[in-house]
Design a binder for this molecule. Structure first.
Ligand code: WT7
Length: 653
């Protein structure tokens, strides 16, 4: 079926789209079961969503009072006197570690599990709210004794271990700013980030477990520090027990420090202004140098607590598993901070999803009675490749909700997640958001009817739209830029050391209107549901027609032999660009010329002749960022034999 659309895109050219598939999915509606609705914290989400826009100030004021304890009240909910440098809860005094731990450790919750953790080798650690609070206090005092104070930055380069969560909370407890750097990053990437943030103290581990092997983090940290002389102290968690070199006077073992009198068990939380910086997070940005996105102390915590509570309908007896890495915004917001603020129980697993067997995740769901699982389409597709016998071996009946984030989820993966993992019982919460948005922006809650592949509707108080270049709203099914028209509390306030870049990246495109530019293209259907297409910078133009990479990738993914797919545009003398496709086949399959022809035919059939790849290459894996996005830039550079540039955001797969 050729689906060349008659409609125009924002640049006035005819656009090619898979409207047929989206239209089909538009009518594949999964209504929530009465059971789910009657249980929901926010049964009237749809109404509230309409209502809140008439008065977002009252809405956010209510949430700030409901979820957060303030040392001193704020004077104003939103100060918009200097857009886009918005201030939320100005004048309010607060500390996120206090809201995450101190206040719970004084109630009955002191005995509740805050964190359940399993290491890749199978070791288990459990922390009650009291226990976690105590560890955080002790490490906060260690940091203070090292001279770390309010406003200083601390870089954390650690595996997925409880000490990372403890170090994050300890840093913010004393008013310092953390910059968590993903343990899969190279020494240069780490050095660049330490340098940009200007951290005198780095916390790391001897090593990290990865698929039964260990990665020597301390060696990498040593090499990075060699390049950034700014570092004076390195604190090292013993995790793998491997040999590491400790520099006398500079390097200290975590466990030794925590046994010294400096690690006293109570630390007074620093009183922070709502607009003080809370943390820096370098984004997985697909172009150029990484940007240090800055979130602040007040609005961020209001936003993440509100969104987690309502979107995942979190309950006191839930066991919440956000399977992201804590080094990613998903982990910051929804492993470390929001679940603790809400007094919930979080589960975290250290290792690879398919180690030692492809059912490791499913065995964890069964073993710990996980009730909500939140992950990415990539992870789902990877596990789907092993077949349903692996999950079917396990009792997954404790699951009541499933979530996804990071990229549009293709229909095949959605259905597998829904049927095989969720037993057709669990709504799939497809959350669209970004490092810069702090928390969920476009998302259903359990009461919203679902359409596979759509993140559905904006969260309460979020005004999102799909617009043309001139700012006019697009017609249904017309592609345009996804923009956010009003500020929200979780909005990143700046780029570290670079407010100009903050303005140019997010606020220059619709400067006249004062809207936030997401960099994503999207369309809406007749019901107002949002369908994210992808980054506008992932667009390919063939003979002048803009094609979304995701669109072509999804058509390849709908072929029964294809497990993963990526397409890039390569220069072509006649057409401007032609498409080169890379496919990972399902386990056990071999690619040959016949399959190449079949796939081309498949794309021709599904999308249209203009989208047929000029070449198809079979590969065993695709380069992805740690948040699961395909690094098109890297594939392209490899094919063209160009230098690959900054690969620091490449995930270690
Ligand atoms: C980009 C943000 C916030 C955690 C995710 C990674 C894409 C994110 C979805 C979704 C379709 C999605 C967008 C966005 N994206 N969630 N549910 N459906 N696309 O954060 O690395 O800052 O990436 O991820 O393109 O702009 P990030």
């Amino acid at each position: 079926m050729v689906s060349m659309s008659e409609k125009s895109n924002r640049s006035g050219q005819p656009n090619l789209r898979r409207e047929v598939e989206i239209l089909a999915a538009t009518h594949e509606i999964y209504a929530p079961s009465p059971d789910v609705v009657s249980n929901a914290n926010l049964p009237n989400y749809l109404e509230l969503q309409q209502q809140a826009l008439s008065d977002i100030i009252t809405f956010w004021d209510d949430q700030a009072q409901t979820f957060i304890d303030w040392f001193e009240p704020y004077q104003q909910v939103l100060d918009n006197s200097n857009p886009p440098f918005y201030k939320w809860f100005a004048g309010g005094k607060v500390n996120i570690a206090y809201n995450a731990l101190d206040r719970h450790a004084r109630t009955w919750r002191k005995n509740k599990l805050a964190l359940l953790w399993e290491g890749e080798p199978g070791d288990v650690r459990l922390y009650s709210y009291f226990g976690l609070w105590r560890e955080v206090n002790k490490f906060a005092n260690v940091l203070r004794s090292m001279g770390v104070k309010k406003g200083d930055t601390v870089t954390l380069y650690m595996g997925r271990v409880p000490e990372l969560i403890i170090a994050m909370l300890a840093t913010v407890k004393i008013g310092a700013i953390h910059s968590v750097v993903y343990a899969g990053f190279s020494e240069q990437a780490l050095a660049d980030r330490i340098e940009d943030a200007g951290s005198r103290v780095v916390v790391t581990c001897d090593g990290a477990w990865l698929r039964g092997k260990t990665v020597n983090l301390k060696d990498i940290a040593d090499a990075a520090i060699h390049r950034s002389p700014v570092v004076q102290q390195m604190l090292v968690v013993k995790r793998t027990g491997q040999q590491v070199r400790m520099a006398p006077g500079r390097d200290f073992w975590w466990h030794e420090l925590m046994n010294l009198p400096i690690a006293s068990p109570y630390c007074e939380p620093e009183v922070m202004d709502a607009e003080d910086p809370l943390f820096i997070l370098y984004t997985s940005g697909s172009t150029g140098k990484p940007k240090g996105v800055v979130h602040t102390c007040g609005g961020y915590q209001v936003f993440i607590a509100t969104t987690l509570k309502y979107v995942f309908d979190l309950k006191e007896d839930d066991r919440w598993w956000c399977a992201a890495d804590p080094a990613w915004i998903t982990g910051h917001s929804y492993i470390t901070y929001a679940p603790l603020i809400l007094g919930a129980t979080s589960f975290m697993y250290e290792g690879a999803a398919d180690y030692p067997y492809p059912d490791r995740w499913w065995s964890l769901v069964e073993k710990y009675h996980v009730s909500v699982l939140y992950t990415t389409p990539t992870a789902i597709r990877r596990l789907m490749r092993f077949g349903e016998a692996w999950p079917n071996r396990h009792d997954l009946s404790t699951l009541r909700l499933l979530g996804t984030v990071g990229e549009p989820i293709n229909t095949a993966a959605w259905r597998w997640y829904y049927q095989v993992i969720g037993g057709e019982r669990c709504p799939i919460i497809d959350t669209w958001w970004q490092t810069e948005t702090g928390g969920f922006m476009i998302t259903p809650t359990p009461v919203v009817p679902l359409k596979p592949g759509s993140a559905t509707i904006p969260f309460v108080g979020i005004e999102a739209d799909v617009v043309r270049e001139d700012g006019a709203s697009c017609e249904p099914y017309e592609d345009g830029d996804l923009v956010i028209k009003r500020p929200w509390p979780g909005l990143a306030r700046t780029i570290w050391n670079n407010p100009e870049q903050y303005l140019s990246e997010y606020w220059s495109q619709f400067q006249a209107q004062g809207w936030y530019f997401s960099g994503d293209s999207a369309r809406r259907d007749d019901d107002g549901y949002f369908w994210i297409i992808g980054r506008t910078d992932d667009m390919i133009k063939v003979s002048g027609y803009p094609l979304g990479t995701a669109e072509i990738e999804n058509s390849l993914l709908s072929h029964k032999f294809v497990a993963e797919a990526a397409v890039i545009g390569l220069p072509d003398a006649v057409k401007g660009q032609v498409i080169h496709a890379f496919c990972v086949l399902k386990t056990g399959l071999q690619g040959d010329n016949r399959l190449v022809d079949e796939l081309k035919e498949h794309v021709r059939h599904e999308v249209g002749p203009i989208a047929v790849p000029a070449a198809v290459t079979f590969v065993t894996s695709l380069p992805r960022t740690r948040s699961g996005k395909i690094m098109h830039r890297l594939l392209k550079a490899q094919v063209l034999g160009q230098p690959v540039g900054d690969t620091s955001t490449l995930a270690d797969q």
